[in-house]
Design a protein around this ligand. Structure first.
Ligand code: CLF
Ligand code: SF4
Length: 514
């Protein structure tokens, strides 16, 4: 063992919990995992060309794409045919939406016009999803009429459907005929005994079922639908809600089952269950997982198949990049008054520029990674990043409503999640209470990369043991994270700092007001 490594090993043994407390755990425990096998971060060279073609500009199916491309949802599907204990119908579908009232429900004609209006205004919007607020396949005519109109008027927009899966086997042919090439099924269990704790009832074949019988029917229909879709070459993602004490460890079996049936991607999302949402779980006081509990489950499943870690549990009427919401710019009143100029050429020119930008990010990352060649260390750290997109550190600390989280080790930098926060500057005033919630949300991170930061939050973060870093302002995230990690390793090996295992972090539960 080299002297530097001995020092590092000694320092690892003296890990301390952080200011906000919590059990040591987290990223260093996974230092042996290969960072390059990073789930939805799979790139052009990791996938067959026909699959890459389908995902390269889909912000949900490709982690890399989500820094550059946007999606939109149209809320044309109000009814649902099952009840989930984490859903309150007053709110958006928890399958695909964060808690928040759906502002407006649309007719298919309104939805099609809105899609063209958004496409004309936001040229990087590449995907139209229908995800609720109920279940799209419990409202099949409205859902398919919308997709049909959009497909005819704007064939370059990818069509994406999200469903609870109960009616899926009945509509597989129609999905294929309409070129809906991306389907998400929310599968929370494969064991009806677990399912009975999640679904109080389903309505199927003009009959209401309850308990394990309801869960068994739902599970059979979900898995059959998944098999039928993948047999037709349609890309399928499975969403699962991690409900601690109900299905958390069971999701490993779900992961294996959906992988065996050809699912492309698995998205394990945290339960959101604030009591004010009025859900069964919320009212019963059931808590969602912590950030490290979620990450540990995602890590455990990652050996089996690609995992999505950048889901924002967005609204059924969300518009924009994941993590931002521009839906208020496109209310029905505004859209109906708009003269829409859908210009395919302009969109394509813009998207070509994005491709060049992506290549620049990939080249910079590759070059920086090469500087780590031959380095070996068990240390891995988490870094929080304030970014408005394009893969750059380009947001002021006080304006961030979320932080992207990267895990960095000698194997490189990997996106492993994001943390919502109340932004520190609200209406131009700094909120000391919100600094505390930011610290709780990124408590497992060693540093936070920002474009700029004021002296008060800087000091507050330092007191919490999180280093505010603004020297990489406007640079690409991943090469900067690798550069920081090299310095960090040097400081640990030189005895300047001790590598401390950080504590856990909290996942924000309340409704996010965009
Ligand atoms: Fe929408 Fe879902 Fe399509 Fe994406 S969302 S229908 S696959 S276009 Fe994406 Fe939003 Fe997560 Fe859904 S971030 S909630 S996974
Ligand atoms: Fe709610 Fe969606 Fe479940 Fe239906 S499928 S109950 S809308 S979360």
């Amino acid at each position: 063992m080299k002297a530097g490594d001995r020092k590092e090993a000694t320092l690892l043994r003296v890990m301390q919990p952080t200011v906000l407390g919590g059990e040591p755990g987290g990223c260093a425990a996974k230092a042996g995992s290969r960072i390059s096998s990073c789930g939805s971060a799979a790139g052009k060279n990791d996938l067959p060309p026909e699959v890459w073609e389908k995902i390269k500009n889909h912000p949900c199916y490709s982690e890399e794409a989500h820094h550059h491309f946007a999606r939109m949802h149209v809320a044309v599907a109000p009814a649902c045919n099952i009840q989930c204990n984490y859903c309150n119908r007053k709110y958006d579908c928890s399958n695909e939406s964060r808690p928040g009232v759906v502002s407006e429900r649309l007719t298919p004609e309104q939805a099609a016009k809105k899609t063209l209006a958004v496409a004309a205004t936001i040229p990087q919007m590449t995907v139209l999803g229908i995800a609720g607020p109920g279940d799209p396949l419990a409202n099949p005519e409205k859902t398919f009429a919308t997709f049909e109109m959009v497909h005819q008027a704007a064939p370059d927009i990818k069509l994406c459907l999200s469903t609870n899966g109960l009616m899926l086997p009945d509509y597989v042919d129609r999905i294929q005929t309409l070129n809906i090439d991306h389907v998400t099924i929310t599968i929370n269990m494969i064991d009806p005994r677990v399912g009975a704790k999640i679904y109080p009832w389903i309505y199927y074949g003009k009959q209401r079922y309850t308990g394990e019988e309801a869960a068994r029917i739902l599970s059979e229909r979900q898995l059959l639908g998944l098999e039928m879709l993948t047999a037709r070459g349609i890309l399928c993602k499975v969403n699962s809600v991690m409900i601690p004490g109900v299905n958390d460890r069971h999701l490993i079996a779900v992961n294996k089952a959906v992988k065996a049936r050809g699912a492309f991607l698995h998205n394990i999302m945290p339960l959101i269950s604030a009591p004010e949402h009025g859900t069964v779980y919320g009212l019963a006081g059931l808590q969602g997982p912590t950030a490290q509990e979620l990450k540990a489950l995602q890590d455990d499943c990652e050996g089996e198949m690609k995992m999505m870690r950048h889901c924002r549990q967005c609204r059924a009427d969300a518009v924009g990049m994941l993590g931002e919401d521009r839906s208020t710019e496109f209310t029905t009143e505004k859209v109906m008054a708009m003269e829409v100029n859908y210009d395919l050429q302009r969109r394509q020119t813009y998207q070509k520029k994005i491709e060049l930008q992506r290549e620049a990010v990939a080249d910079a990352k590759k070059a920086e990674l090469q500087t780590l060649a031959g380095e070996h260390s068990r240390i891995s750290i988490l870094i929080a990043v304030a970014s408005k997109g394009s893969g750059r550190i380009n947001q002021h600390f006080g304006h961030a409503k979320e932080f992207q989280v990267y895990q960095v080790s000698t194997e490189g930098a990997k996106f492993v999640g994001h943390r919502r926060v109340d932004n520190y500057c609200q209406g131009g005033y700094a909120e000391e209470d919100s600094l505390e919630t930011v610290v709780r949300a990124i408590n497992d991170c060693v540093a936070v990369f920002v474009a700029k930061i004021g002296s008060c939050p800087r000091k507050g973060l330092q007191r919490a043991g999180i280093e505010p870093v603004d020297r990489f302002a406007l640079e690409f995230v991943e090469p900067s994270a690798i550069a920081y990690f090299k310095e960090y390793l040097g400081r640990v090996r030189g005895g300047e700092i001790a590598h401390i295992q950080r504590g856990d972090a909290a996942i924000r539960q309340g409704a996010l007001v965009a």
